[in-house]
Write a new protein. Structure first.
Length: 309
């Protein structure tokens, strides 16, 4: 039986369980999500909240409220370019990167997402979905091999055949599914949480990419923790990181940072560059180093743009 709704002006605490621009759903502390949530809006023009945020609210009606306070975050996953930033989720314990045998996925996007997770000290788990499509499986495994070698765990499954192997990795965790459109994030969510009824669509064969079916992030309770299903990504800018923070987010760089001959080494062609030497010796994969330099150059370009250079 649902609990009675709070009266107008009642101060409450809760967690944002869905974010639609300036409109949020907040699950009130002490009430289960099944008991219903309040539809809330931020006070003032600024909207700086994300799914998973812990907030203070005031009830403003039977099923409505106003967000008055943002409680301190443990972490924040977000993306940005020179002019915009997009808050994805807060207070996570791990990021689950969902890839698939079909359609093709970008290993550069994986490096971007891992960098964002590492910069917030979040665990990263990679899921390879649609393993029943065996013709494309070897190529997908080859693309993920460099990440396996770095110690990132890869769980292989087919969401349509069963997700039992994924459940132990989600139990007690505050997870978010992140990945390109068409990877099957919503299908995984439906398999794990049948009541989610997340919308799915057929892959657009013409574009070899999925159609955007999840247009907002939503949080679901799951086995002692929770899971957020997020919209499909085609871009993941990291303009909010400094080049130094980016380098620190590449775990294979850790043993080599600070060992270049020159303190201000740009890791381009300078003599005595420890990173270049590590690439030459095979200690750092050339493809990953290429990812680092591409993202770093984008960060520098975004900074110039934002300053009007």
């Amino acid at each position: 039986m649902s609990k009675p709704r709070p009266s107008h002006g009642t101060p409450l605490n809760g967690v944002i369980v869905a974010a639609f621009g300036r409109h949020y759903e907040v699950a009130v502390s002490g009430r289960s999500v099944k008991d219903g949530s309040l539809k809330c809006y931020p006070r003032g023009k600024k909207s700086v909240f994300a799914c998973g945020d812990e907030v203070g609210i005031e009830a403003s009606g039977d099923d409505q409220g106003v967000i008055t306070t943002l409680h301190p975050r443990r972490n924040l996953l977000w993306r940005s370019d020179a002019f915009r930033e997009k808050l994805i989720a807060a207070n996570l314990s791990q990021v689950v990167l969902v890839t698939a045998t079909e359609p093709g996925f970008s290993d550069l996007l994986i490096s971007r997402c891992i960098a964002a997770a590492e910069s917030q000290h979040l665990r990263t788990l990679i899921v390879l979905n649609k393993t029943d499509l065996s013709d494309s499986l070897p190529q997908a495994r080859r693309m993920l091999a460099p990440f396996r070698e770095l110690g990132y765990q890869v769980v292989e499954l087919s969401a349509r055949e069963g997700v039992e192997g994924l459940l132990p990795h989600l139990a007690g965790q505050r997870s978010i599914f992140v990945g390109q459109s068409g990877m099957g994030k919503s299908t995984l969510t439906n398999a794990l949480i049948p009541e989610a009824r997340a919308a799915t669509r057929e892959i657009s064969e013409a574009l070899n990419s999925g159609k955007h079916t999840t247009t907002f992030a939503r949080l679901y309770p799951l086995d002692g923790g929770w899971l957020i299903d997020s919209p499909g990504l085609q871009a993941f800018g990291l303009a909010h990181l400094t080049p130094e923070e980016l380098a620190a987010s590449f775990v294979e760089f850790h043993d080599h940072l600070g060992k270049c001959r020159f303190r201000d080494c740009r890791h381009e062609a300078e003599p005595g560059c420890a990173l270049l030497a590590a690439v030459e010796s095979g200690a750092i994969a050339a493809r990953r180093f290429e990812h680092f330099r591409q993202i770093r150059d984008e960060i520098r370009a975004a900074k110039r743009q934002s300053q009007g250079w």
